[in-house]
Ligand binder design. Sequence first.
Ligand code: M6R
Length: 609
Amino acid sequence: MCGIIGYVGDEAAAPIVYQGLENLEYRGYDSAGIALVNDGGGLTVAKRSGEVSNLTVPDAPDATCGIGHTRWSTHGPPTDANAHPHTDCTDSIAVVHNGIIENHEELRAELDAHEFTSDTDTEVVPHLLEAARADEAVPDLRAALERVIDRLEGSYAVCVVDREADRIVAARDGSPLVIGHGEDAAFVASDVTAFLDRTREVTYLEDGDVADLSADGDVEVFAAGDAAGSEPVDRGVETVEWEADAAEKAGYEHYMRKEIHEQPSALRQTISGRIDIDRGRVDLDVSFPPGFLADLEEIQIVACGTSNYAGRYAARLFEDLAGVRATVEIASEYDFGAGRSPDRTLVVAVTQSGETADTLGAIRRANAAGARTVAVTNTLGSTVTREVDDTAFIRAGPEIGVAATKTFASQVATLSMLAVAIGRERGALAAADARSVLEDLRGLPGAVQQVLDAEDRVRAAASEYGDGEAFFFVGRDLGVPVALEGALKLKEISYDHAEGFAAGELKHGPLALVTADTPVLAVLTAGGRASETMNNVTEAQTRGAPAIGCVSAADEYDTLDVSLPVPDVGTFEPLVANVHLQLFAYHVANDNGRPIDKPRNLAKSVTVE
Ligand code: M6R
């Protein structure tokens, strides 16, 4: 939540910072703002509530250092006054912040001589910096920031400029921050997408780091220590492999539709070089200590939202393919659990961003309990990768739309490979059975492509049934997580009321809500106990509900109002059915003119608990 960007170099900073804000807008769009260090001293600050496009960029061609912010509100409503950057009493220091400063009230009380102009937690930072700079023992802006972050409780990524020099100092603890190395220029941002059109050479900061970026592009990083920030460290430089245009719309009206259509290629990347069908083996680069898998008693999956539903899908595969009990917890509710043996438990965090605070909290609780931990994530260098024993990257490429689509498919594919790897290593899965699952996995991108090629069918269904009063999504077995995900997608981007159920549960309550105005969408595929699910669909139809079914190619249900075919890919058919449901949500929302990539009140990366 919230995106921050800073640039210092030899070009005009305003357009670079503004472009960075546009690239980061998926992280929040309640307000946007820029602070520039004027040539010859002084700061120019512009900020405005609403989307980045509302912001008037200051005309300052000679300003070559600036910071910017796009906000997802936590403290204080989305007004101009609460927009970042925030400044001190003398307008000498400007700060942008992502995270939550939990002790801001206490700090504000200490700063009673200072004039505050916003309701935000962030505003304590420039005033604390102002106080630190007034102390002669504090030699410069970096030393001031080191002193200030010592006082902060909670999570932060901050970037700071002051009126005196073309220089940015930045620090992180609990919120992401990455440095970009340009030619005679340096960038700092919440995410590489902010500056990927300018450089792919990056340094990922770690919690406790303070970075000092100067006008010639030099960057120094200092690690927290006893004397905080006093020790320079080398965090290395990595090259981002994907190209900037992977994060652009490529002719699609919305990132979401582009990302839905990218699923075949994303899945190919996910699988590429990792499966050996002849031997029935998988190589995911995830390793376990000797004997660990043989003794494994339980796999606990922790995740939120769409990633949680991918985890639910996978839990069934872990039980079937790896022969291990698997549970799925909503990360914010997770506790390791009494009576479990940490040395016989594997905790798997599923998170597209790798930055979701609830999921990081769960992994920290698992680590504290002494369990072995694995992350399944899309994001290189993300916080989760540093907190776990091992990481399996899903390799879906950048996902910008707030609604997760291609990453759900790639998460399930990655988790299914992990299930095969563990099953084979434990001796729980025969080579022939592994081959069969891996064959289906290899067929998955083609099956998804067939669904995408038939988009007109689901577009027509969305247009005919999209004005329902509410929508119920049902399935059984592997169809349940897909029903939950289908409902989440629709409610998230269309704002329609949608709920997902295990189909058998309809008759235990929700059937009371079913009318002729509540379409039922059903997963009627292999892996989803289709004929039993169809019985429940018929019960809803008897009460007048129209029924849309995602149906295995081999089956036919004449009584459905709309039948959306799903090619034969065994265990992965519900995952393919999900693509129909993604497109249904997309077209309903689009028909209603919703801001699909930026649904109200949401943000892509949820870095608060
Ligand atoms: O980055 P993560 O996978 O950890 O994010 C988890 C959820 O916030 C995310 O899946 C959310 O539910 C999506 N907006 C759903 O489309």
